[in-house]
Design a protein around this ligand. Structure first.
Ligand SMILES: [Zn+2]
Length: 91
């Protein structure tokens, strides 16, 4: 999709002058924005791409934005085929 390619959740929100950390990860996204206490360091449970979700996202049962789009009928899941199974790739 490419719509978040230039989005950095640690950027300052120009509207509020504060970081996005308490906001959603991006426009149209259900994911939590990453922060120092909620780093985006966990793999998506669906496609297994690393660093797609924050602990808060996982707690809430989310998957990454790409997979969420697929669930809405947009495109196909792009499964990660790297080092799968090395850490949490088995669930
Ligand atoms: Zn995913």
């Amino acid at each position: 999709m490419g719509r978040y390619d230039d989005y950095d959740p640690m950027d300052i929100d120009p509207d509020t002058g504060r970081p996005y950390e308490h906001d959603f990860a991006g426009p149209g996204s259900a994911l939590r924005a990453a922060s120092t206490s909620n780093p985006r360091n966990l793999p998506c449970p669906t496609c297994h791409w690393p660093n797609r979700l924050t602990p808060r996202d996982v707690e809430l049962g989310y998957q990454c934005d790409r997979c969420a789009d697929v669930m809405e009928g947009k495109g196909e899941i792009d499964y990660y085929d790297g080092d799968d199974g090395e850490d949490e790739g088995d669930y």
